[in-house]
Write a protein that binds this ligand. Structure first.
Ligand code: HEM
Ligand SMILES: *[C@@H]1O[C@H](CO)[C@@H](O)[C@H](O)[C@H]1NC(C)=O
Ligand SMILES: *[C@@H]1O[C@H](CO)[C@@H](O)[C@H](O)[C@H]1NC(C)=O
Ligand SMILES: *[C@@H]1O[C@H](CO)[C@@H](O)[C@H](O)[C@H]1NC(C)=O
Length: 497
């Protein structure tokens, strides 16, 4: 082997650089911290285990070190909170979910108005404008889902393999209807903009977080560099929304002026937004248009991808479990007859078997750890351990969702009637189900999301026989500690009448 003298200095430099990073990055723990799980490779720490073997790795850590414990991933110490300490983390304002997502999902880089204050307005809007009006919105939701079933699935006289791509659009139609109203939500390119926004935003995050080994904020800056230089994969969606929204907003302002007290307000978020004293206006200028579009897209980001993932996953769960088909189908037929095909809120509440099935599908979604929270001020747990300021705490979801104390000695079994037997509806958060988080910040959109999933499944099950290609449950996809729906596709066939 030939060694030139020049290779030696390069090698030495690499070594020096490695040790400098090592010294800078050596995890510093404060007093009374949760136990640190030992690791062999400096800098890398537990990153490999966390990315490729999280399920076994975390289970072994918990067995040895209890709850909670610290691990070292992507150059950061993370605290893993299991079924006991997690409740303390979600109950206090000392931890912030928003602050923790900033690094991994830098929405504020593309939606400039995204901050704590806007989020508070968004949450209030969802509660008062969507959740409180759910009964009034049910008919429209049903109509939109039927349009999607017709367009995206259609006639299946012959069995048809349908892939997951239909679900974001299916979920986006009712959301568009509720956000921007019945008129402009008819435009297919607007529905498409809503359906694809989150996926396209995700392109910004296509680079793995390698720079997090140096610093997570630095990593965010690096991955969003292209955005700063003008590349913006979501700009086209903002433009689409603006194009349709501008004439609609102008029309509403004019109608209000002309009709005065006789003006009939629309039931949608645009109307709610314009009536909010904070956002009142006399003219629709670019600044106003930007503000309302960003506001709407914040709701889109929170609602469409999440709901579509779970609608997909529940349908795979149903399709892969023939033993549940008859029971759930019969319930849907009964309700369909009773309402003559026109569902109201009461009818949705009567889908108790479907609801219980959906809840169980949420529980067994199989996320290992997610829902990160950042510690905003040092916090001492009941067991005396202290979590320092700045620390990311990961929610060990698998430990909560497969807790034998709550779900018996075989917690991984699918119990379709668990919710029904325990009077727990799918939208209910509970100390043993963290799909929608917990406590004061629990997902405000969960009632809408569950209704949308139930109405969607109800209509699909009535119309089609749905199977998995293998005839059994299909495997979820895992990326690190996070789960995604299977990708095998689903086979639809018209039901014989
Ligand atoms: C199946 C679908 C959904 C899932 C699994 C889901 C899950 C979650 C989770 C885990 C959180 C964090 C809760 C916490 O910190 O304790 C959350 C927060 C939130 N979700 Fe959802 N969500 C879904 C649908 C929706 C929909 C449809 C909307 C809007 C209509 C929405 C709007 C929000 C908002 C605004 C927050 C922030 C709440 C806060 O910080 O106080 N979500 N969601
Ligand atoms: C927490 O989970 C463990 C299993 O990991 C279980 O033995 C224990 O009973 C659970 N504790 C509570 C309070 O749910
Ligand atoms: C998150 O916390 C850090 C440190 O406390 C702070 O500098 C930053 O502004 C926070 N970000 C948000 C979105 O609250
Ligand atoms: C079931 O739960 C609801 C609230 O979630 C409660 O109002 C109702 O009384 C409960 N029913 C029974 C039989 O416990």
């Amino acid at each position: 082997m030939h060694f030139s003298f020049a290779t030696i200095p390069t090698f030495v430099w690499v070594l020096i650089a490695f040790y400098v990073i090592y010294w800078i990055k050596k995890p510093r723990l404060s007093k009374n911290e949760p136990p640190m799980v030992p690791y062999k490779i400096p800098i890398i720490g537990h990153t490999i285990d966390y990315l490729f073997n999280a399920e076994n790795f975390l289970a072994e850590c918990k067995k040895k070190y209890g709850d909670p414990f610290n691990i070292y991933v992507f150059g950061q110490v993370n605290t893993i909170a299991g079924n006991v300490t997690v409740h303390e983390v979600f109950r206090t304002e000392a931890f912030s979910m928003l602050n923790a997502t900033e690094d991994i999902f830098p929405l504020h880089r593309v939606l400039k108005s995204y901050n704590l204050k806007t989020l508070a307005q968004v949450i209030k809007t969802i509660r008062e404008g969507i959740t409180a009006n759910l009964p009034l919105l049910t008919g429209r939701m049903q109509k939109q889902l039927l349009i999607s079933i017709d367009k995206e699935i259609g006639d299946c006289s012959n069995p048809k393999l349908v892939n997951n791509e239909i679900f974001p659009t299916m979920v986006a139609r009712p959301v568009a209807d509720v956000l921007v109203g019945q008129e402009i939500s008819k435009n297919e390119d607007l529905v498409k903009a809503f359906a694809e926004f989150t996926k396209d935003f995700g392109k910004i995050l296509a680079i793995p977080p390698i720079f997090s080994f140096i610093n997570p904020t630095f990593n965010t800056q690096v991955v969003t560099l292209p955005v700063r230089f003008g590349w913006n994969p979501i700009a086209k969606h903002l433009d689409t929304l603006k194009k349709y929204l501008k004439p609609e907003l102008e029309k509403r302002l004019k109608d209000k002026e002309v009709l005065g007290d006789k003006y009939e307000p629309h039931l949608d978020i645009v109307e709610y937004f314009m009536n909010n004293p904070e956002y009142e206006t006399k003219v629709i200028n670019d600044e106003y248009l930007d503000k309302i579009c960003e506001f709407l897209f914040i709701i889109v980001v929170a609602s469409i991808h999440t709901t579509s993932q779970h609608m997909t996953s529940t349908l795979y769960d149903f399709a892969g479990r023939p033993e549940l088909w008859d029971d759930i189908y019969e319930e849907q037929v009964m309700i369909d007859k009773e309402c003559n095909g026109e569902l109201s809120s009461q009818h949705i509440n009567k889908m108790v078997k479907l609801d219980s099935f959906v809840r169980e599908s949420f529980r067994t979604f199989d996320n290992i750890a997610s829902e990160p929270h950042r510690c905003m001020e040092p916090f001492t747990l009941k067991n005396g351990m202290t979590i320092p300021k700045g620390r990311i705490v990961q929610t060990y979801l698998m430990d909560i969702h497969y807790n034998p104390e709550a779900y018996g000695p075989e917690p991984r079994t699918f119990f379709p009637n668990h919710g029904l037997e325990n009077n727990l509806s799918a939208s209910r958060t509970d100390k043993n189900l963290f799909m929608f988080g917990s406590g004061r910040h629990a997902c405000p959109g969960r009632f809408f999301a569950v209704n949308e999933i139930k109405v969607g499944l109800h209509k699909i099950i009535l119309k089609y026989q749905v199977k998995t290609p293998s005839g059994k449950t299909e495997k979820k996809i895992r990326v690190g500690p996070v789960a995604y729906p299977p990708i095998a596709g689903l086979i639809f066939e018209n039901r014989k009448k």
